[in-house]
Write a protein that binds this ligand. Structure first.
Ligand SMILES: [Zn+2]
Length: 50
């Protein structure tokens, strides 16, 4: 779970600003749904299972 959240921090840094990240994140959720949004898929792909 922690690694998932850290991946969102990384996505946020890549986006360049909170506004850029949130507008894209929310847009993806509206377009694809929460579970299928690219940011969520990416975060799940980078989760570390202990
Ligand atoms: Zn997430």
């Amino acid at each position: 779970m922690l690694s998932h959240e850290l991946r969102h921090v990384h996505q946020y840094e890549q986006a360049g600003s909170a506004e850029a990240f949130l507008s894209r994140y929310i847009g993806e959720i509206i377009q694809f749904g929460y579970l299928d949004s690219p940011y969520e898929v990416d975060a799940r792909d980078h989760e570390i299972t202990f």
